[in-house]
Design a protein around this ligand. Structure first.
Ligand code: 2M8
Length: 459
C-alpha cells in the first residue's frame, strides 16, 4: 500500500485540522480491504457508502480507493446485482440485523448467482459505483492504467447497470425500480409511508433489532416499520431473490436512484472510451433515461420530481431531497432546472441553520428534525447537490453549500447527519462518507480540478 497522501497545497493552511480529522476517520474505519460506514452502527461493507467513500479515499490513496470498489464488486451476483451489504465473516451474527443467517444469500440466492465465497444481503442500493470508479481513475490515470483498474471494473459495472435496466424495469417503462425502502438508501423517508402501509409487518417477537444497541430510538425507524422492512426482505428471499417470481408488495421508481443511474451511465461512457469499448451505448442509455425520468417522475405543480408508486400507479405527493437530486443530470430541460433551483432555495428545503438540504419537506406533515431520513440533512445528498449546482454553473450557491458542508462536518465530528434547524450532529459519529466527502470538497479548491478530476464529464 502506498503512503497516505497529505492535503493538496491550496487547502494546507486553512483546513489542515479538518483534513487530518477526516483522514483519521477513514483510517480508523478501514478493515484491510474496505471501509465500514461506522464501527458501531454499521460494521460491514455497504454498497453506496463504499462508492462515496472511494470518492474521498482517492485523495489519500488511489490504491485503497480501487480496493474499496473492487472488494464490493467481488461480491457481485451472477445476475449483475451489487448487494447492499457484504458481510464481514469475522463478526458475530449479533453485530448487525438483518444478519447473514437472515438473508441466506449463498443458499437462497444461488439461482440468481449469489457468490458462494461471501455472504451478502439480497437487495441493492443506488448506483453510484461507475461514477466513483471514473473519479478514482481520474485521481491518478497513469496508476489506474498501469494496474488495469478500469478494464477490470468495466464489465462488472456494465453487468450491474444491465441488471437495473432489465431485471428492475418492473413497469416496463424504462426506469429502474426499487423493491425495498432500504434500496433507495433513504430508508425511512415519508415517501415510503403509503406504499409500506400495504405491507403486513413481521411479528415483533420474530426478530431482534441491533440498531437500537447503538442508536437512539428517537432517531431510528419505529418497530412497526422495521417489521415491514423484515417482511419485504423475507418475501424476496423466499422467492429466491428472483425479480420476476417475487410478488413485490413494495415497488417504486425513485428520482434520485434513476438520476444516479444516468450520471453513472455517463461515467460508463467515459470509462468505455478509455478501455476501447463503445461509449455510444451508455450515452444512449443516459439520454433515454433522462427523457423517461422527466416523463414519469416530474411534477410541475410541486416544482420537483416525485416518487412513483408502481402498485398504485401514481406519484406519491411527498417532497423529499430525492426529488431535487435529479438536478445532477446535465441534460435536463432548462425550465426544469430553474424550477428545481427555486424549490431548493424555497420554504420547503431552505433550513435556517445550514445550507445542507433537509431530507424531507420542512413544511411537510411528517417532518421530524431528528428521525433519520424524515427531516435531518445528510452529507452525501449535500455533496450531490453541490455537484449538481456546479453542473448547472451556479458557482455562488455551490460555494456556499460547500462551505456549510465543511463547517458542519467539522463541528459535528463527521456525524451521520445533522438537525437542519440547529445544525447539531445526529446519528453516529465518525461516519465514513461524511469524512470521505469532506476530503473531496477540501481537494476542490481550483476550478480546473472542479471540471476535470471531480466529475465525469466537463459538461
Ligand atoms: C442506513 O441504512 C441501513 C440499512 O441499509 C440501516 O439503517 O441499518 C441508510 O442511511 C443507508 O443509506 C446507508 O447506506 C446505511 C449505512 O450507512 O445506513
Amino acid at each position: 500500500m502506498r503512503a497516505v497522501a497529505g492535503p493538496p497545497t491550496p487547502t494546507r493552511s486553512a483546513h489542515l485540522a479538518l483534513w487530518r480529522g477526516a483522514a483519521r476517520v477513514l483510517l480508523d474505519n478501514w478493515t484491510g480491504t474496505s471501509t465500514v460506514p461506522s464501527r458501531s452502527l454499521y460494521p460491514h461493507q455497504w454498497s453506496w457508502d463504499s462508492a462515496f467513500i472511494a470518492i474521498g479515499l482517492r485523495h489519500l490513496s488511489v490504491r485503497r480507493a480501487q480496493c474499496e470498489l473492487e472488494t464490493l464488486l467481488a461480491a457481485q451476483w451472477g445476475d449483475g446485482r451489487i448487494p447492499h451489504i457484504v458481510f464481514n465473516p469475522a463478526l458475530p451474527l449479533s453485530a448487525y440485523f438483518p444478519s447473514p443467517d437472515f438473508w441466506q444469500s449463498s443458499r437462497a440466492g444461488k439461482a440468481a448467482g449469489a457468490p458462494a465465497v461471501a455472504e451478502t444481503s439480497g437487495i441493492v442500493q443506488p448506483p453510484v459505483h461507475a461514477l466513483a470508479a471514473w473519479l478514482v481513475h481520474r485521481a491518478d490515470p497513469m496508476e489506474s492504467e498501469r494496474r488495469g483498474f478500469l478494464a477490470r471494473v468495466y464489465p462488472r459495472l456494465t453487468a450491474w447497470h444491465r441488471y437495473l435496466l432489465r431485471c428492475r424495469d418492473l413497469a416496463g417503462a424504462g426506469l429502474t425500480a426499487m423493491v425495498h425502502p432500504w434500496e433507495a438508501g433513504m430508508d425511512n423517508s415519508p415517501c415510503w409511508d403509503s406504499p409500506l402501509a400495504r405491507v403486513e409487518p413481521a411479528a415483533p417477537g420474530t426478530f431482534r433489532r441491533a440498531d437500537l444497541d447503538h442508536g437512539s430510538a428517537a432517531d431510528r425507524p419505529t418497530d412497526l416499520d422495521y417489521g415491514r422492512y423484515v417482511r419485504l426482505a423475507l418475501d424476496y428471499r423466499d422467492h429466491g431473490y428472483d425479480d420476476h417470481a417475487a410478488l413485490h408488495h413494495f415497488a417504486v421508481e425513485d428520482p434520485a436512484v434513476n438520476s444516479l443511474l444516468i450520471v453513472s451511465e455517463l461515467a460508463l461512457a467515459r470509462i468505455a472510451a478509455t478501455v476501447g469499448a463503445d461509449p455510444a451505448v451508455h450515452a444512449a442509455h443516459a439520454e433515454r433515461l433522462t427523457e423517461t425520468l422527466v416523463a414519469r417522475l416530474w411534477d410541475a405543480e410541486t416544482g420537483m420530481f416525485l416518487v412513483r408508486d408502481l402498485a398504485a400507479g401514481e406519484l406519491i405527493p411527498e417532497r423529499s431531497v430525492a426529488g431535487l437530486i435529479p438536478l445532477i443530470v446535465p441534460g435536463l430541460p432548462a425550465d426544469i432546472v430553474e424550477q428545481l433551483l427555486q424549490s431548493l432555495s424555497g420554504p420547503h428545503f431552505h433550513a435556517r441553520a445550514t445550507d445542507l438540504v433537509p431530507s424531507y419537506d420542512l413544511a411537510g406533515h411528517a417532518f421530524d428534525r431528528t428521525r433519520y431520513w424524515r427531516g435531518p440533512a445528510w452529507f452525501n445528498t449535500a455533496w450531490l447537490i453541490e455537484r449538481a449546482l456546479r453542473v448547472h454553473k451556479r458557482a455562488g450557491p455551490a460555494d456556499s453549500l460547500r462551505s456549510s458542508f465543511l463547517n458542519a462536518a467539522e463541528s459535528s465530528q463527521f456525524s451521520e447527519y445533522i438537525d437542519p434547524y440547529s445544525g447539531e450532529g445526529r446519528g453516529t459519529l465518525h461516519f465514513s462518507w461524511t469524512a470521505a466527502l469532506t476530503l473531496d470538497l477540501l481537494s476542490a479548491d481550483g476550478e480546473a480540478e472542479q471540471t476535470t478530476k471531480r466529475w465525469p464529464v466537463a459538461w
